[in-house]
Design a protein around this ligand. Structure first.
Ligand SMILES: [Zn+2]
Length: 268
């Protein structure tokens, strides 16, 4: 039974992923999200529904457009696969992690974190492939984080001082990255990263946001050096910073408090 549910969730996730692909493509190209059918990037031919099935069509077509044989962007199957896996993972941890709280948080908490996961995935892939962090993703994530924390404070699950501390953390994180953006004249990162850091601060709060930022710089430096050594990137070539911010955020979400106490325990 549980495998059946996991299978259905994977398919639903892949379908959701193909909708996310449309969102990403159209926000990158500045087109209308809702209107118009999907078209091939190369020949602008409308894609038939049976060539637009998540994951399956990519495999059947061998990653090429049926009419012009142009390559279908790898973004499509990657996002569909990742959203599918994310829903399965979310279901699997739901049994141990989310069941600990009482109603109505029992329902609100898992839905909130699923939405956060999907938005983080969108930002990760868009910044990695197009070096853009879509404003719609940043704004939605920011509003969700504030509303969720507000709800936790109003219902007494979280202290009000933690709510204000989270907002302050966002301002400090955003301010810090803005400062770096100004000092490096935008070579180190984009304004999208600055806006995301603000949202990340509110989402994670203190001290997890600080850990996420530290991990992002550390991972970015390590991966940057590896890419240079392997000659996959030239010294002046820009590497998107957003994906590292997301990786730091994910790691800090899961292990943030452990890392924080380990760090201070190690110092003292
Ligand atoms: Zn085509």
């Amino acid at each position: 039974m549980e495998f059946l549910v996991a299978g259905v969730l994977f398919v639903l996730g892949a379908i959701l992923g193909s909708f996310i692909n449309v969102l990403i493509s159209r926000s990158v190209e500045g087109e209308d999200w809702v209107r118009g059918r999907s078209r091939c990037d190369h020949c602008r031919q409308q894609i038939k529904w049976y060539d637009n099935l998540p994951l399956l069509s990519y495999m059947v077509l061998g990653g090429k457009c049926r009419s012009c044989q142009g390559k279908i962007a790898i973004q499509h199957p990657i996002i569909e696969l990742l959203t599918g896996l994310m829903l399965v993972w979310w279901y699997a941890i739901g049994f141990t992690f989310f069941r600990l709280v009482e109603t109505p948080l029992l329902y609100i908490q898992p839905v909130f974190w699923l939405a956060v996961g999907i938005l983080l995935l969108i930002i990760f892939v868009t910044d990695w492939l197009y070096q853009i962090i879509p404003d719609f993703a940043n704004i939605t994530l920011g509003v969700l984080a504030v509303v969720y924390r507000l709800y936790l404070s109003l219902s007494g699950v979280m202290r009000w001082q933690d709510f204000w501390l989270a907002l302050l953390t966002g301002v400090v994180m955003g301010g810090l990255l803005y400062l770096i953006w100004v000092l490096t004249r935008g070579r180190g990162m984009g304004l999208g990263d600055v806006k995301f850091a603000l949202v990340m601060g509110v989402l994670l709060g203190w001290p997890r946001a600080a850990i996420a930022l530290f991990l992002a710089f550390l991972l970015g430096a390590v991966v940057g050096i590896i890419l240079l050594l392997l000659k996959w990137k030239k010294p002046r070539e820009r590497i998107a910073f957003g994906p590292f911010l997301i990786l730091g955020t994910a790691l800090a979400l899961v292990w943030g408090f452990e890392m924080w106490s380990w760090y201070w325990g190690w110092l003292g």
